[in-house]
Design a protein around this ligand. Structure first.
Ligand code: ADP
Length: 453
């Protein structure tokens, strides 16, 4: 996003915020105005109607004289402006007339629908007319001048309030937009920096805005960068390990081939070829295992699942390693646990169990014990292999599942550092989890947990 675009976006947002504020203020003011107009008009009309009713009954009881007296009494005692009263006889001549104070010839207007009051933009004399029993016409009216003046004042205030609302709305919108959009600009700045430099160690600055959506987005973005960094570092480490682990056997192959060529002795050349073959087998096996792990991790591999009895599978694996364990002087015990069947690819599971047993025997000194068990735990099954071997230091424990990582720095035992990575990749491909606990010098327990069903 270019800076001009950012400014346009900021301006547009502030106009929106401002407009929403102004519109809501104006709607509120307009509603108040309508309510005021209606209630003031209603009050005046009620007075006119009540008075016309009262005077009509006076006329009916005591004739014109009684009406006149009532009007005069009203004028002396009532605490309100004088009303217009006119009595028109059957011959259309005014028998009696009283004008309001300051009478200057208002336009007359009959009282309309009380629910739909007039807008009161000009002063009029609002009049109610009734015909009495003898044909005489009685009119009572009231000027709406005070009301009109009041509403005119109110309209002025509305105008001023609208201008103030517009100013406040726009300023508020601008401030609000700045604070809302700024973290997004920060984010854009960081992304642009990463694209330009390729460095993923920059982070979006933290704001303490009480954990709003933009805060969450920034935090998620930073976590994503951490994860990408971690993955890049792990890939780099993996590549370093592969390069390192390939260099030794390849250098050996080259040295052997060179020496065999120089010696000219056919027997020595045959020996060298044999050793070269072994080394290339090792390299090939390493590359194949690396590919198997990648395939399992990326989900490319098609698992040929079928019901697999885990206790039988574990028992097979224990039997397979019986000779190796005997040679090493390590006893292997299979605990009669639960007979649980899971849906799994049997050959992959065989490899998982074999790797765990192989490690347990390999890293347990003569006289030690290895115990293998299967137990059901709720909706899952746990296969555990425990040994009384050398154990793993706490600093190595989180990394033993990485490709080509070997905790033993002397690398005295045979191995590629890929066995546990393969175990993890296969177990996770079956939607399971792996776990290792260890006490250096006392032994370790490796467990895999698979869902049943
Ligand atoms: P390796 O081929 O080196 O055995 P693994 O991936 O199987 O590779 O294991 C990684 C590392 O974890 C090993 O090099 C070893 O240091 C450690 N390890 C694995 N299993 C055990 C165990 N049962 N006891 C002690 N250390 C173990």
């Amino acid at each position: 996003m270019t800076p001009t675009l950012q400014r346009t976006l900021g301006l547009r947002l502030s106009v929106w915020y401002g407009a929403i504020f102004v519109i809501s203020t104006l709607v509120l003011v307009a509603l108040t105005y309508a309510l005021l107009v209606a209630s003031l008009a209603q009050r005046d009309h009620d007075i006119i109607r009540a008075t016309v009713r009262e005077y009509a009954s006076r006329y009916e009881l005591g004739g014109l004289l009684a009406l006149q007296r009532a009007v005069e009494l009203e004028e002396r005692t009532a605490n309100r402006e004088r009303l217009f009263v006119r009595v028109i006889g059957p011959g259309a001549d005014a028998l009696f007339a009283r004008m309001p104070q300051g009478w200057s010839g208002y336009a007359q207007q009959e009282l309309g629908d009380p629910n739909r009051p007039a807008l009161d933009s000009r002063a009029v004399l609002e009049v109610a007319t009734v015909q009495l029993f003898d044909g005489t016409i009685l009119q009572v009216g009231k000027s709406n001048e005070i009301r009109v003046a009041l509403l005119r004042k109110f309209r002025w205030i509305v105008g001023l309030v609208s201008i103030a609302a517009l100013a406040i709305g726009l300023t508020g919108g601008l401030v609000l937009t700045r604070s809302t959009v700024k973290p997004i600009y920060d984010l854009i700045g960081v992304v642009r920096g990463i694209i330009r430099t390729g460095r993923t160690d920059t982070r979006v600055p933290a704001r303490n805005a009480g954990g709003d959506a933009v805060d969450e987005l920034s935090a998620l973005f930073n976590t994503m960068l951490d994860r990408i960094n971690g993955l890049i570092a792990a890939m780099g480490q993996s590549l370093d390990n592969v390069a390192h682990d390939l260099r030794t056997p390849l250098a050996r192959v080259r040295g052997l081939a060179e020496r065999a060529l120089q010696s000219g002795d056919p027997a020595a050349a045959r020996d060298a070829l044999g050793t070269c073959l072994e080394e290339s087998e090792r390299i090939l096996s390493m590359l194949n295992t690396l590919m198997d792990i990648s395939e399992a991790e990326t989900g490319v591999v098609q698992l040929k699942r079928e019901p697999v009895g885990l206790r039988d599978l574990l028992s097979e694996a224990v039997e397979l390693y019986a000779d190796v364990a005997e040679d090493k002087g390590v006893t292997v015990t299979l605990v009669p646990g639960d007979d649980v069947t899971v849906s799994a690819a049997p050959d992959r599971m065989r490899q998982v169990l074999a790797n765990l047993l192989d490690n347990a025997i390999k890293y347990t000194p003569r006289g030690g014990h290895v115990t293998a068990s299967v137990r059901r735990e709720g909706d899952s099954v746990v296969v555990a292999v425990t040994d009384t071997g050398v154990g793993i230091g706490a600093e190595h424990l989180p990394r033993i599942w990485d490709r080509l990582y070997r905790a033993d720095p002397s690398r005295s035992e045979r191995g590629l550092g890929l066995g546990l990575s393969l175990v993890k990749a296969y177990v996770e491909a079956h939607a399971g989890t792996v776990e290792a606990t260890s006490q250096p010098g006392s032994g370790s327990t490796f467990s895999i947990r698979l869902p049943i069903g």
